[in-house]
Design a protein around this ligand. Structure first.
Ligand code: PMP
Length: 429
């Protein structure tokens, strides 16, 4: 199809009329489709139903070390759960805490503790400082930004590049400003761009000089095993890199099984230096007598080892890959060559990040809503909900069925075309 940006006013007006006619027809269909949040689909959840039968009244409910999983205790997790997640994250068992059902909860509590008590013994509570700032590579995960807003942490936007956040910007900022205490990162199959940070980016994070000695990297490795291809991206181990650079307390790694087993019914984990883990355990002991060990034993007995986990993730991929392909094919056939949008084909994760022409994202989202398709709000992927170029839209293809998704993408592509033509026409008149 032809490049919209080189069309004459008359040609654009003709295209506009055709698109509008299609749009009005779509509106009459009274669709009600949702591509707004990265939720697993029911058939993905079915993959883990075996976990529900794995323990029963007749099953021995002792962990490897003899702990009765029905009783109190095990503050930082069962040994077999720690071993399992250590293998996934490539850290040692002493560098991990098995939490409750959500990694977001662990991130929230980690920020809350830093605000109240400081990041480790002897460090100032952030809440006592006149100002606390976080760097926010954007587009990014809206719930990270919400945590900052909740704690009145000022967010500074940092650009995302093809191999991770703009490290030149980051290094400069953290060297100059002591009030910058942290950064949010989704380093593998990032939310929403779907990219994986390069080794160079990881090394620069590990070794950069920070004015704040209590600076922390919130490394949200939510999609670490969520590959969509047989050639998964590789992410360099940041804890090892930080140790080598003499900054071993700098990174806090989070992950969970929310998109592996049951979303909201999985297991969240936190990995960091032994020093940080000891400190967190001391505070955690005031917060809980221990996490849900029944859920830990369910997960461990269901997977047994990392090889089985990998087989399980391939089953997820076989369900969601056709959905990603559907989205990408639609984008290519409807938007490709028209010079009105760009996107990245991810090798894993849960999202496809789409950039419209500048100034069109909000219009596309509201047009899609009018036609019965709910998208993630425009701006949601930026701090304070403000996308300075009003162009990024996060597409979440996993939850709808393939048929619903196809329809939703027809609407999406039509709205992108319509909004783009309207913008181009306005510029020409
Ligand atoms: N981090 C990222 C990057 C996510 O995309 C999500 C889920 N959308 C979460 C964390 C939430 O994880 P959990 O369910 O473990 O709280």
């Amino acid at each position: 199809m032809s490049d919209y940006t080189v069309l004459s006013t008359q040609e654009l007006q003709q295209v506009h009329m055709d698109l509008l006619e299609k749009f009005n027809k779509l509106k009459d269909e009274n669709l009600a489709l949702d591509m707004s949040r990265g939720k697993p689909s029911p058939d993905q959840l079915d993959l883990s139903n075996g976990m529900l039968d794995i323990i029963s009244a007749d099953t021995p409910l002792k962990a490897e070390d003899g702990t009765d999983v029905r009783n109190y205790g095990g503050l930082d997790g069962l040994p077999e759960a720690k071993a399992f997640f250590s293998n996934i994250l490539n850290v040692s068992s002493n560098e991990i805490i098995i939490g409750g059902n959500s990694s977001l909860n662990l991130m929230h509590d980690t920020v809350a503790r830093a605000m109240l008590f400081g990041v480790n013994d002897g460090e100032t509570a952030w809440a006592k400082l006149p100002k606390v700032k976080f760097l926010c590579p954007s587009p990014g995960y809206d719930r990270h930004f919400s945590i900052c807003e909740l704690f009145n942490i000022e967010m500074i936007r940092v650009d995302m590049l093809e191999d991770g956040p703009n490290m030149d910007q980051i290094e400069k900022l953290v060297q100059e400003d002591e009030s910058i205490k942290g950064i949010w990162c989704v380093p593998k199959y990032s939310n929403p761009d779907g990219i994986t940070y390069s080794d160079e980016v990881v090394d620069r994070f590990a070794s950069m000089k920070t004015k704040a000695k209590d600076f922390r990297i919130f490394w949200d490795d939510a999609y670490t095993v969520h590959h969509l291809t047989d050639k998964p991206d590789e992410l360099k181990n940041i804890l090892t890199a930080c140790k080598q650079a003499g900054n071993e307390d700098r990174v806090l790694i989070f992950s969970s099984t929310s998109k592996i087993t049951f979303a909201g019914g999985g297991i969240g984990v936190l990995a960091s230096s032994e020093n940080n883990i000891q400190y967190f355990k001391k505070l955690l002991a005031m917060q809980t007598i221990g996490p849900d060990k029944l859920n830990q034993i369910r997960h461990i007995r269901f997977f047994k080892n990392v090889e089985n986990l990998s087989t399980h993730m391939k089953k997820h991929a076989s369900i969601i890959k056709p959905k990603f392909d559907m989205v990408l094919n639609k984008l290519e056939s409807e938007i490709g060559g028209k010079n009105i949008g760009s996107w990245v084909e991810p090798n894993g994760g849960y999202f496809i990040s789409f950039n419209t022409l500048d100034g069109c994202a909000k219009t596309v989202v509201s047009m899609a809503k009018e036609a019965g398709v709910k998208l993630t709000g425009a701006g949601a992927t930026f701090p304070y909900g403000h996308d300075p170029r009003d162009r990024n839209i996060r597409i979440a293809p996993t939850f709808p069925s393939l048929i619903e998704l196809e329809r939703a993408m027809d609407v999406f592509c039509l709205c992108v075309q319509l909004a783009s033509v309207e913008k181009l026409l306005k510029e020409q008149l």
